[in-house]
Design a protein around this ligand. Structure first.
Ligand code: ZN
Length: 490
């Protein structure tokens, strides 16, 4: 009997990029063991050294029948489907709706001008909204962290909806690769501060919105002060340290955290509010190891996806402020653009959650880079100086006609975007298996996009007995920047 196992996007690279794999077996334990045996690269992402499922991964049988499959003996029957979800979820929500019926803010002391009444008239005639709801939006303040893929639609729609004050946190500059999805910025904004560009975008849509900009990288020293003045915090970032930082700061301040995340064709959204339901740490007690879940810069994202997830976040913010409807508290919404489907998983508040549980161990903000294992020795491959080569040195090597193997460890679709002549293409995940294709006697220069993957390849090959392996510092992007400006960058 074959049971389909759905593999989440982030893990597909370890399973020959398959969405679904059918495996025969009678229990969850059996089929997961076969899965790990068939795809050895997957094993350490699913199991820890003791052979137990890791904390940031959970496994579901079917959509509704959610069980904790730490009980590996859970029996399977024909027609069942197993889904691996890189999250801990299950149980029932702590509260039925969790929504403050009156909304987060009061409409007292707020008036709407004639111009505003016209502008918001399609809101005012909704019975659930009316003048009262619109005044609440005007009285409310929202902090949007990040003005990128998610922050763009968030800022545009919240401004159009008439939020009184929008705070924007970013430190980045608009570049050409942003424009495929970061729709608050335009071609003429390339090179400008994202904050300035977003401020202009908001002013163009709705001059009644007060915009406050914070040109800074949000961190443990400034997060509480940045968030304290705002009613709702929206997480529009794309990295794990900031996600945990935003979560913990919101828990400590008692504020709702409207969460969204995107990757390739899939997105997630929820509202984390420790006073009413689970927080982000209840969902993901520990971050995935560095490098497991690629960022959009590394893994790509279809341009419309942040539009969909960002607009869901904006909707949740409007609902929280006005007290309309049922917020996504205690629910994780999963969206798949390829199948055009939404799924919803119930989240439970974890009584042992380190920050919102019964006996919290995290009582102040911590070092989130360290918590997520970023910048540690394990994360960074350290090479000796003689194991590195600069783009200029590589050019000299090529110009002199010295024989060597140029090993490109990127994916084939990256190779198609730009490449160097006569390179041997072996993607990093295939290197171990295909190492026999390389000439052990020839010097090797390894390259990838910016250097980390080829650094891993350099280390691996050196340890495998190749003695003249060097890593191209800065990767093909570095080569384009210093040697060949005509080469397209991505
Ligand atoms: Zn929690």
């Amino acid at each position: 009997m074959g049971i389909p196992i759905h593999i989440p996007t982030a893990l597909r690279q370890y399973a020959n990029n398959q969405n679904s794999i059918e495996i025969e077996g009678d229990t969850v334990g059996e089929i997961l063991t076969v899965l790990a045996d068939s795809y050895p690269d997957l094993r350490h992402h699913l199991f820890n050294d003791d052979g137990n499922l890791r904390n940031f991964v959970n496994v579901y049988v079917n959509d509704d029948d959610i069980r904790y499959l730490k009980q590996k003996e859970t029996e399977l029957k024909p027609g069942d489907a197993v889904t691996i979800v890189p999250a801990v979820a299950g149980g029932r929500p702590v509260t039925e709706t969790g929504a403050p019926a009156q909304g987060l803010v009061s409409d007292a002391n707020v008036t709407l001008s004639k111009e505003e009444i016209e502008r918001y008239s399609r809101h005012l005639i909704i019975p659930e909204m009316t003048m009262t709801g619109q005044k609440k939006l005007k009285a409310a303040s929202v902090l949007i962290i990040g003005t990128g893929g998610l922050g763009s639609p968030l800022a545009l729609y919240l401004a159009a909806a008439g939020i009184g004050k929008i705070g924007l946190v970013d430190f980045d500059v608009v570049d050409a690769t942003n424009l495929q999805r970061q729709i608050i910025h335009g071609t003429n904004d390339i090179g400008r501060s994202k904050l300035e560009s977003a401020r202009d975008g908001i002013a163009n849509i709705n001059p009644h919105v007060e915009v406050e900009t914070y040109d800074t990288f949000i961190n443990s020293d400034n997060a509480l002060d940045l968030m304290r003045p705002y009613d709702v915090i929206i997480d529009g970032t794309d990295n794990f340290p900031t996600r945990y930082l935003v979560n913990d700061a919101c828990v400590l301040l008692g504020k709702p955290n409207v969460y969204g995340s995107i990757f390739r064709f899939e997105g997630q959204a929820s509202v984390f509010w420790a006073e009413k339901g689970p927080c982000y740490r209840c969902l993901y007690p520990e971050p995935p190891p560095p490098g497991l879940v690629p960022s959009c810069a590394e893994g790509g994202v279809i341009g419309v996806l942040p539009g969909i997830i960002g607009v869901i976040q904006a909707t949740e913010a409007v609902k929280l402020i006005t007290g309309i409807g049922e917020p996504l508290i205690g629910r994780l919404l999963l969206y798949n653009a390829l199948t055009m489907s939404f799924r919803e998983l119930r989240l439970r508040k974890d009584p042992d959650c380190p920050i919102c549980g019964e006996n919290p161990t995290v009582t102040e903000l911590i070092d989130y880079q360290q918590f997520c294992g970023i910048g540690t020795d394990e994360d960074q491959i350290r090479l000796e100086p003689e194991q590195e080569i600069s783009p200029q040195e590589l050019k000299t090597l090529i110009d002199e006609g010295t024989p060597f193997t140029l090993l490109d460890v990127r994916e084939d679709y990256e190779y198609e975007i730009c490449n160097l002549p006569n390179a041997t293409l072996i993607p990093i995940n295939q290197l171990e298996r295909r190492v026999g294709e390389l000439d052990r006697d020839a010097p090797i220069v390894a390259l990838c996009r910016t250097g980390p993957r080829s650094a891993r390849a350099t280390k691996f090959l050196s340890e495998a007995g190749f003695n003249q392996v060097r890593n191209l510092v800065g990767g093909i992007i570095g080569w384009a920047d210093t040697v060949d400006p005509e080469l397209p960058k991505y």
